[in-house]
Write a protein that binds this ligand. Structure first.
Ligand code: PHE
Length: 336
C-alpha cells in the first residue's frame, strides 16, 4: 500500500516536470485523480487498525500533489503568457500603411467648376432625363422628322420615338414648359451619339445654359461667355463668335476662345488659327419659344451648349478623349 502511494507520487512528479502545456497538465491531473481513487479503494482490504495511518498518507499525497500541480500550473501559465506576448508583439517603429485618398474625375472637376462659375451669375441647375422622347430631343427644338439637321447627330434609338438624348438642349424645353420667364438655368448631364474617335466618345457630358427674359440680346450672351472664359481659363482669354447653324437658335453662333497654348499666335493645338472652338450657342429660335407657350414678341433668350470633356481636354492638355473614360489610375491620380 505505502509502496503504491510512493510510486504514484514519484510517477506524477516526474510527469509534472515534463508537462509543457495547460492541456497536458489537465490530462495529467485527470489521470492522477483516477489512480488516486484506485489506491484509495485498496483501503477496504486493510484492517481497522491500519486504516488511520493509510488515510493520513493518502491525505498527505493529495495535498502535496495539489501543491505540485498548482506550482507547475503557475510556471506553465507564465511561459504561455510570455509566448503570447512575443507572438503579439507590435513594432511601434514600423512605418504606417499609406492612406490613398480618392480624387474627383477631371470631368467632375470641370463640371463643378462650370456650375460654380454660372451659379455665381445666378443660374439654377436643372437635370433632365437621359432617356428622352423624340419630341424633347428634336421636334420641340425645331427639328421635325426629315429635317436635315437631324443628321448632325447620330442618334441611338431605344424604341420608336424614344432615344438616348443627343444634347442637353432637350432640357431647355422641359424647363420652359414648367417655368415662365425670367428663366436662367444650367443643365449638365450625359449625352449619347453614335460617334467614336480621338475627340469623340459615344457617351460624353454637356453643359447647357438657357436665359429667357425681356430684352435679352446677343450682347448679353457674348458678355457672359467672356466672363466664363476668363474664369475657366485665364483673364487674358478672348471670345470670338462665328455665324453657324442650329435649328433651335437664330441667329446661331460657334464660340471660339483664344488659344491658351500659344496666346493666339497660332500653334499645333489651334491648327495655326490662334482660336479654339469650344461651344455652340445662339438666340433661342422664336419657334422654340412658341412651342413652350412663351410669347416671342415679349421675351427673348439665348442658349449655349458645351462639351465638358472638351473643356477638360483644353484645360489639362489631354489630347485623346479616351483617357477620360479608361479609368487608368496613373492618369486619374494626376488630378488629386
Ligand atoms: N445642342 C448643341 C449641340 O449639341 C449645342 C447648342 C446648345 C447650340 C444650345 C446652341 C444652343 O451641338
Amino acid at each position: 500500500m505505502q509502496e503504491n502511494i510512493r510510486a504514484l507520487r514519484e510517477k506524477t512528479l516526474a510527469a509534472l516536470r515534463e508537462a509543457e502545456s495547460s492541456r497536458a497538465l489537465y490530462e495529467l491531473k485527470v489521470g492522477f485523480q483516477s489512480e488516486l481513487k484506485k489506491v484509495m479503494s485498496g483501503m477496504r482490504e486493510l484492517s481497522k487498525e491500519e486504516r488511520p495511518a493509510f488515510g493520513k498518507l493518502v491525505n498527505e499525497l493529495k495535498e502535496s500533489m495539489e501543491e505540485a500541480f498548482e506550482g507547475r500550473a503557475a510556471e506553465i501559465r507564465e511561459k504561455e503568457m510570455q509566448a503570447k506576448y512575443a507572438a503579439e508583439r507590435i513594432d511601434v517603429t514600423m512605418p504606417g500603411r499609406k492612406f490613398r485618398p480618392g480624387a474627383l474625375h477631371p470631368v467632375t472637376i470641370v463640371k463643378n467648376q462650370l456650375i460654380d462659375i454660372f451659379a455665381g451669375m445666378g443660374f439654377k441647375v436643372y437635370e433632365g432625363p437621359e432617356v428622352e422622347t423624340d419630341y424633347y430631343n428634336f421636334t420641340a427644338l425645331n427639328t421635325p422628322e426629315d429635317h436635315p439637321a437631324r443628321d448632325m447627330q447620330d442618334t441611338f434609338y431605344i424604341a420608336d420615338k424614344l432615344l438616348l438624348r443627343t444634347q442637353t438642349s432637350a432640357g431647355q424645353i422641359r424647363v420652359m414648359e414648367q417655368e415662365k420667364p425670367p428663366i436662367k438655368i444650367l443643365s449638365p448631364g450625359r449625352v449619347f451619339r453614335s460617334d467614336d474617335d480621338a475627340t469623340h466618345s459615344p457617351m460624353f457630358h454637356q453643359m447647357e445654359g438657357l436665359v429667357v427674359d425681356r430684352n435679352i440680346t446677343l450682347c448679353d450672351l457674348q458678355g457672359m461667355l467672356a466672363e466664363f472664359a476668363r474664369r475657366m481659363f485665364d483673364s487674358s482669354t478672348k471670345v470670338r463668335l462665328r455665324p453657324s447653324y442650329f435649328p433651335f437658335t437664330e441667329p446661331s453662333v460657334e464660340v471660339d476662345l483664344s488659344c491658351a497654348e500659344c496666346g493666339g499666335k497660332g500653334c499645333r493645338l489651334c491648327k495655326g488659327t490662334g482660336w479654339i472652338e469650344v461651344l455652340g450657342a445662339g438666340m433661342v429660335n422664336r419657334k422654340v419659344l412658341e412651342n413652350c407657350n412663351i410669347d416671342p414678341d415679349e421675351y427673348t433668350g439665348f442658349a449655349f451648349g458645351m462639351g465638358i470633356e472638351r473643356i477638360a481636354m483644353l484645360k489639362y492638355g489631354i489630347n485623346n478623349i479616351r483617357a477620360l473614360f479608361e479609368n487608368d489610375e496613373r492618369f486619374l491620380g494626376q488630378f488629386r
